[in-house]
Design a protein around this ligand. Structure first.
Ligand code: TRP
Length: 452
């Protein structure tokens, strides 16, 4: 391409929706949501989570998409441009910086877990789940993967390789094709898993656990985790959504899109919970199992059902796809920034940043308990958990807070009205949420955690 680089655009509203849902729906829904809910006591976590998704996350999603579309650049470029247009400080571009850097930190560990899903595609396909029980399923995960550094790093490399390949091709060729068919397929298979769990396992107990809040489980940490998880699941505040917004054309309704994205994302998370917790109770696993939860439960189900090899392989394949479409959106902000500021091609930038993220990610892999860097402790956490904590519980809520403040108080109401083109009542509700409810709720959670 000669001359100035053109900023790309989605080919249709459908393509945008699939890409945005592809970004939102990922390991966060199927891997992280169940174990966070499990560790957070179930019902209380889910209730707070739903509140955050609809009253905080969705308004911030609208805000972030509109910043991207208004800016038409990478998150850093967009924030600089809008701040300038509105006559506000250049410091607001820090929102963009925090997004680009945070996204990069997340992709570096996200890709390790993405590697686990690929490893499980292989495990399922060779029949490794056949007849496994609680003990052997746990061993398959711990000894077979987590504590075998080379295996884990090879799968991590494979995952990153695919992600880089798609990002290098660009949004239209690479991404759109991958998401339009595979996201619906994942949904159907997940539905099957829920039905399977409902028929064969203790579904009522799972319903009770997930939807009946018990007051004793309510702690500030649970609230902060639910806040972080709601932002993580919607891909907020780390540049992904702003970048995808920048590829949007003016004719798309941001409000409607955001509600659809949030609804689809929440549905998938709840379905994952409904597929997994009946098995957890029936097989006597711990709800607070942690990051290994789905890897310790689902194989038992696949190992005992008819056609388990095929269904298990398909399930983990689609999970890997969901993870890849999210990983793409995590790498994309940094790639779009470097591409915008240098004369390098998208391909070169994607490879350079992808390899860097892979290398930083290997530290997370080596930092798993029992591995070579397993003793490294950052604020009492291993490397992977520390990265997760800093991004989920600090950078994302802070990023969301500043996005809400910027859009609600520093950009003119007129600009936002024009950008969103919503009906007057919807705009009012959104504006109220973004100006008051979001900043106050996020601050309350923060202050309570800091001084509680
Ligand atoms: N939302 C994705 C998931 O649930 C992960 C993700 C993609 C993300 N882009 C993001 C998380 C940006 C935070 C910010 O798996």
């Amino acid at each position: 391409m000669a001359g100035a680089k053109q900023h790309a655009h989605w080919s249709s509203r459908w393509a945008f929706m699939m890409a945005a849902v592809g970004s939102a729906v990922g390991l966060g829904n199927i891997w992280k949501f169940p174990y966070e809910a499990g560790s957070g006591g179930g019902g209380v976590f889910v209730l707070i989570y739903l509140f955050f998704i609809f009253f905080i996350g969705t308004p911030v999603l609208v805000a972030e998409l509109s910043l991207g579309r208004r800016g038409q650049k990478s998150p850093i470029g967009s924030m600089e441009k809008i701040a300038k247009e509105e006559g506000k400080s250049k410091l607001w571009s820090l929102i963009g910086w925090s997004g680009v850097i945070g996204g990069f930190v997340v992709i570096s560990y996200y890709s390790v877990v993405g590697g686990w899903t690929l490893a499980y595609v292989a495990n399922a396909a060779i029949g490794a789940f056949e007849g496994v029980d609680k003990v052997s399923a746990a061993a398959l995960f711990k000894e077979g993967l987590q504590q075998s550094e080379t295996t884990m790093i090879l799968w991590h490399a494979a995952f990153m390789f695919i992600t880089i390949g798609i990002v290098a091709k660009g949004v239209e060729d690479g991404l759109e094709k991958a998401v339009t068919f595979l996201m619906p397929a994942l949904f159907v298979l997940l539905l099957f898993m829920v039905i399977y769990a409902a028929v064969t396992a203790d579904f009522l107990k799972a319903l009770d656990f997930l939807f009946w809040p018990r007051a004793k489980d309510l702690t500030v940490d649970v609230a902060l985790n639910a806040l972080g998880q709601s932002f993580f699941s919607l891909s907020l505040a780390l540049g992904s959504i702003m970048t995808y917004g920048s590829y949007l054309t003016k004719d798309v309704s941001i409000g409607k899109s955001a509600v659809t994205i949030a609804a689809a994302d929440t549905l998938v998370a709840i379905m994952a919970g409904l597929a997994i917790f009946p098995l957890v109770f029936t097989y006597g696993l711990k709800t607070g199992e942690g990051p290994g939860l789905i890897f310790a439960t689902l194989p038992i189900a696949f190992g005992s059902m008819d056609f388990g090899v095929i269904i298990g392989t398909l399930f983990f394949t689609l999970l890997a796809v969901a993870a890849i479409t999210s990983a793409i959106s995590l790498l994309e902000p940094a790639v779009s920034y470097v591409e915008e500021r240098t004369s390098l091609s998208r391909r070169q930038v994607a490879i350079a940043l992808g390899v860097a993220a892979f290398l930083i990610g290997t530290l997370s892999a080596m930092g798993m308990p029992g591995n070579s860097l397993g003793d490294v402790s950052i604020f009492g956490m291993n490397i992977m958990d520390a990265k997760g904590y800093i991004t989920n519980n600090v950078m994302m809520p802070l990023g969301g807070l500043f996005i809400a403040l910027f859009v609600g108080w520093f950009i003119s109401r007129k600009t936002m009205m024009e950008e969103l083109a919503m009906s007057e009542p919807s705009f009012r509700i959104w504006y109220l949420l973004v100006r008051f409810v979001c900043p106050i709720a996020i601050s309350v959670v923060f202050v309570t955690v800091a001084f509680g």
